[in-house]
Design a binder for this molecule. Sequence first.
Ligand code: MG
Length: 437
Amino acid sequence: MPKIEIIKKIFPAIFFILVNLILANEVFPFSSDSDSTPVEKYGQIRVEGNRIVDKNGNPVALHGMSLFWSQWIGKYYNPFCIEWLRSDWKITVVRAAMGIEPDGYLTNPDTEKNKIFSVINKSIDLGIYVIVDWHDHNAHNHQAEAIGFFAEIAALYGDQPNLIYEIYNEPTQVSWSNVVKPYAEAVIDTIRSIDPDNLIIVGTPTWSQDVDIAANDPLEYSNIAYALHFYAATHKQSLRNKAASALGKGAALFVSEWGTSESSGTGKLDTVETERWLNFMEQNKLSWCNWSVADKNETSAALKGGASEFGEWNDTDLSASGDLIRKKLIFLSDSVSTDIRVINPFQSFKLIQNYPNPFNPSTRIVYQLDRKSHVVIRVFDILGNEVTTLVNEEKSAGVYEAEFKSNENNKNLSSGIYFCRFEADNFFQTKKMVLIK
Ligand code: MG
């Protein structure tokens, strides 16, 4: 028999054995990054020269998503969405973009702040980095408010390696040396008096493009990176040249916001320039957050209209940009197993909305199984803290009810939003419940 014939004959057998070994987890164990979280791996990050380095002094690039202006699309500022972005998109950093004006923090400080707390708490829980972004184009006019806010954040979270401050999202066309820099010095002085070491990102003029101008007159503090923002269909090689110039002057950069679209956030999806930028960022070890986790009808938004606020997204929930970015994030993560997504595999596993809703003091939760499964049903508060476990046992196929009592076991839960999380095997689904007293 000619050699080629032998190969043809035995190839199917070899292939069969290989596939079974992989499935049996023998050849490529599916555990490469599940053992440790990004923060366990990298620890307290800091700036060394023009690089961000990990606890061992090795350059590190974080990759993740920015949430949208908190006052406009705040529904994704919840622990389940962040958990999904970590487990399914493999983000190592998330950016909480707290809208300042209009109708943002200046108007409703507690409402906006609570959204940020929710994202920070979950990020710490998951061991990912979290950027707390003062999302403002006029921060130098709101210096006292920014100082008050960051003093509180530093006091609460400054001892956590997860935290990254971003103190001025995008200055417009104002002077670096006379406007942005004095503002940054005042805010950084306050942060550093409380938290001596966490990374601080500072925006640069012209919507965080003039990193070269900032690099000419740098801030005299340690652990400062300058924000570089771009939208691939608008900002191209000339902005990469400015970035290279800033790096050449020793400035560390952080791409805390970028989009695949035009600078308006919509228009053309530029895959060619997106790829050039991604290569540039990889070559220079630049961390990035893509804009944005939003279901707005615009090119840069990662989700299509109505995509669940709790994650759990199918491919059909993702926009073209979201699909591209998710695949890139998975590619950049060092995990092997990441592209295996198990979502809603069994249509007849189902959590039905609780009733009544809103409720007081109790509500009934109905769920359905098409086969024997281990079911876990838990209730969380708005910050993602577990309130109770209602079910944690094996159940046969069927329809079941569980009751959530807000006043049980001396609990006296306050009015507000709660989340009911249903898990059966690899399926999970979350519903919002409202307690009104
Ligand atoms: Mg610290």
